[in-house]
Design a protein around this ligand. Structure first.
Ligand code: NCD
Length: 327
């Protein structure tokens, strides 16, 4: 038996994971504290990256929007937990023939699904399904609303670095300052990170053009600025967001060149940040627009660590949802 198979599941009471707005600090920490055993599974020297915790369970990935990282991350996480997993090809599915989400899910559930991972362009889609169906629903991004698993893997990655920098395996995010830069309006990643990071004790400053800064973020507990230097001076983490051109209905900044001049994270603008600051991005990166290649591939970037940690954090979430309540 390995530690991951041995360990009793921490107590977890929720059926679904639809957002971080409703989770408590303790619940978020339970997820983060469950993930390291799964990091270890993925790094096993034997090369056998699998534990039987979800053996015989059926996990369905249901993605209505393009995704590479998140979808493959969930698929890999399911396989590493020994679950059966499948991805619905939405372009070739009955949704195209007018079937409602509820009807489709009723049919999936008639085939005895255990976990349904959904990405949808409408805010609230995962939440509504979670209220009316028995499967464990995981929100893999709903419109511009929330992307909880991304924010959890981000918090895990930051905490891991803080613990290593301080040589303290119990260090928390209390007092850590995170600057999130870019297209805040259209970013579910920014919203979930504000909820998650502030609950964990970090402070968040959001920075971008005023036209991409929605008024409600102030009420979520984050500071705001349109000055990049002010945002990243004193930041422990500089988090760049993708400019989501596909969600922008009208021209929200004068030109890409203007955006780059004011908001791009590159070696020059990073001079305003402390030497220890990490650089993060959820991917996919518009190289040399929001993040210069020299920084994306440079020593401060933890972008690929975010991706690796994503598998472990998603394994932790699926394990807790399915097995946590039985503990
Ligand atoms: C993000 C998303 O889809 O919200 N990407 C991701 O899940 N890794 C961010 C983005 O698309 O810009």
């Amino acid at each position: 038996m390995t530690p991951a198979e041995n360990k009793p599941s921490p107590v977890w009471t929720r059926k679904d994971l639809t957002g971080l707005e409703d989770l408590s600090r303790q619940e978020i920490e339970t997820i983060l504290d469950t993930a390291p055993q799964f990091v270890a599974v993925s790094k096993r020297e034997s090369g056998i990256k699998r534990v039987p915790l979800l053996q015989g369970r059926l996990i369905v990935n249901w993605f209505f929007e393009p995704s590479t990282r998140t979808r493959t991350s969930f698929e890999i996480a399911a396989k590493r937990l020994s679950a059966d997993s499948l991805t619905i090809n939405v372009q070739a599915s009955s949704s195209k023939k007018g079937e409602t989400l509820h009807d489709t899910l009723d049919n999936i559930e008639a085939m005895h699904s255990d976990v349904v991972v959904i990405r949808h362009n409408c805010a609230g889609a995962a939440h509504i399904l979670a209220q009316h169906h028995d499967s464990h629903i995981i929100n893999a991004g709903d419109g511009a609303h929330e992307h909880p698993t991304q924010a959890l893997l981000d918090a895990f990655t930051i905490r891991d670095h803080v613990r290593r920098q301080r040589e303290d395996s119990n260090a928390t995010l209390d007092g850590i300052r995170v600057a999130i830069i870019g297209d805040i309006s259209h970013s579910r990643v920014a919203r979930s990170n504000v909820w998650g990071l502030t609950k964990l004790g970090a402070s968040v400053i959001l920075c971008g053009p005023n036209t991409l800064m929605p008024p409600e973020v102030g009420r979520m507990g984050a500071e705001t600025t349109s000055n990049l230097r002010d945002a990243i001076a004193g930041a422990d983490v500089v988090y760049a967001l993708r400019i989501q051109l596909e969600r922008q209905q009208k021209c929200l900044f004068p030109s890409i060149r203007e955006y780059i001049r004011l908001f791009r994270i590159d070696n020059e603008s990073l001079k305003a940040a402390p030497a220890h600051a990490l650089v993060m991005h959820p991917g996919p990166i518009n190289r040399d627009i929001e993040l210069a290649a020299e920084v994306a591939d440079g020593p401060r970037s933890v972008v690929l660590e975010q991706v690796s940690n994503g598998v472990a954090v998603r394994m932790a979430i699926m394990h807790l949802l399915v097995n946590g309540r039985a503990a």
